[in-house]
Design a protein around this ligand. Structure first.
Ligand SMILES: *Cc1c(COP(=O)(O)O)cnc(C)c1O
Length: 375
């Protein structure tokens, strides 16, 4: 059994993927070209944004988003305490500080109250300028945008949606990737829409921002092309081969994969409700179910469950074993007396089970049985 079964997905889409890859090889156009252009058009249409600009990975997409927002030395970038390091890592590289905020105990996303506490604390201290909020749709579950957006507006902060884990999800009828001035996603193989290597994309409705992104990703190229550099940029593009893989995968995600993930999640939910803490999706939200994460009763019970799964050769993961504020690299960041009560508790009890659109009912039952044997 696989945690995320990329082989089963490849078998289902093999003819189309192979034909596309062959076409790129025959064309010998490996950077840019019709597959990349077509993919960007379809991604933008799917998400409901005017522009999509692809790049080499989700971390680069975030770096470009921070550069567009003008993030630099002396700025504070706010993000939830439970996320992957990429959510603020590029901002740190640009000279900003990462200010972590506690999560909601139900959705595990950025807690609007925790965010506001931290914004006020930073503003009051006066050492850093509150600049950007990175809202992470954690594990595929969209943030509470109706509450987060007014907070960003109130304090004049730019909102960046980190939709690396939530491609395909939606919030009140709007797709993940459509929130904030800028949104990003990742096509790392294990994400809900993954390629066969690294890839990423930025979404915006602002034509000027899209043009600056196209410049940033090609060494700050100017109107005269890549040898007419007008700003310091990056070297970050999505390969034509990856675009050729992503086109059929995007179609499959929209046609049936997203739906298949809901069915798998419902089965887990029915099996574990009342026995473990099951993931909560807000009314009006649809999760992309990048992960199906349960909370054990306590860290000891989690250890027993994980050991039993290992014995049964059933894969499991912990997203994430440590909150951001506890990472060695962030020990020098400002903390403003925040307790991170919910983030610490979440990380001490969370574990994730196999979750992908090709999980059979029989395999899923084996996972469920193994977990319930311990619980
Ligand atoms: C995976 C991930 C990223 C970074 O994407 P890469 O393509 O791996 O660089 C950013 N944010 C979150 C929340 C992620 O899970």
């Amino acid at each position: 059994m696989e945690f995320i079964d990329l082989k089963a997905q490849y078998l289902a889409l093999k003819d189309e993927i192979n034909a596309n890859l062959q076409a790129v090889l025959d064309s010998a156009q490996f950077i840019g070209g019709p597959y990349v252009t077509e993919l960007e058009k379809r991604l933008a249409a799917f998400v409901g944004r005017r522009h999509c600009v692809t790049c080499a990975n989700g971390t680069d997409a975030l770096q470009a988003a921070f550069m567009l927002a003008g993030v630099g030395s002396g700025d504070a970038v706010f993000c939830p305490d439970v996320t992957f390091i990429s959510s603020t890592e590029p901002a740190k590289m640009l000279g900003a500080v990462s200010v972590f905020c506690d999560i909601r105990p139900d959705t595990y996303c950025l807690d609007p109250e925790g965010l506001e506490r931290q914004i006020k604390a930073v503003a009051e201290e006066g050492r850093y300028v509150p600049k950007v909020v990175v809202a992470v749709d954690i594990l595929g579950n969209p943030c509470d945008y109706d509450t987060l957006i007014p907070i960003c507006e109130k304090y004049g902060l730019a909102l960046i949606e980190d939709a690396a884990q939530s491609f395909g999800a939606s919030y009140k009828g709007q797709r993940a990737g459509s929130f904030g001035q800028i949104a990003i996603t990742s096509f790392f193989p294990a994400k809900p829409l993954g390629c066969y290597g690294d890839g990423g994309a930025v979404f915006t409705d602002d034509a000027g921002a899209a043009e600056r992104l196209r410049s940033l990703f090609v060494h700050g190229k100017g109107p005269g092309g890549k040898y007419d550099n007008v700003r310091i940029g990056m070297n970050s593009r999505l390969d034509a081969l990856q675009a050729a893989v992503l086109l059929p995968k995007l179609r499959a995600l929209a046609d049936y994969e997203l739906n298949a993930r809901q069915i798998v999640a419902k089965r887990y939910h029915a099996a574990f409700e009342g026995k473990l803490t099951t993931p909560f999706v807000e009314e009006g939200s649809i999760s992309a179910w990048a992960q199906y994460a349960l909370l054990a009763k306590d860290p000891q019970q989690r250890e027993r469950i994980l050991a039993h799964l290992r014995e049964k050769k059933i894969p499991s993961m912990v997203y994430y074993p440590k909150p951001q504020h506890a990472l060695p690299v962030f020990q020098g960041e400002p903390v403003y007396g925040e307790t991170f009560k919910y983030a610490d508790d979440y990380c001490s009890r969370t574990f994730s089970l196999p979750m992908h659109p090709y999980l059979t009912a029989a395999d899923q039952q084996a996972v469920i049985d193994a977990v319930l044997e311990v619980v």
